[in-house]
Design a protein around this ligand. Structure first.
Ligand SMILES: [Zn+2]
Length: 82
């Protein structure tokens, strides 16, 4: 119980592991694998490194992906190429 913590607020604490770092980014569809699986390029929100991931659910508009460089979780939003 911490009386100073407003309930319902998301608070980053020092107890959090490095692995629990999380970012949110928009990815770019660079190509379609077998014409149906979108390969998405995205940059890690934490360390800025480029990553490329395949969305195995073509209808999914976002996926939580782990950065291969720093291990942070990134919520990657799939950008539709118009
Ligand atoms: Zn990273």
């Amino acid at each position: 119980m911490n009386p100073q913590a407003p309930s319902g607020s998301w608070i980053r604490t020092d107890h959090m592991d490095a692995a629990e770092r999380e970012g949110e980014v928009t990815g770019e569809v660079i190509k379609m694998i077998h014409g149906e699986l979108p390969a998405v390029r995205w940059a890690c929100a934490i360390c800025g490194e480029d990553n490329c991931s395949i969305f195995f659910e073509p209808e999914a508009n976002q996926r939580t992906l782990e950065c291969e460089v720093c291990g942070a979780s990134n919520v990657v939003h799939k950008e539709h190429d118009a």
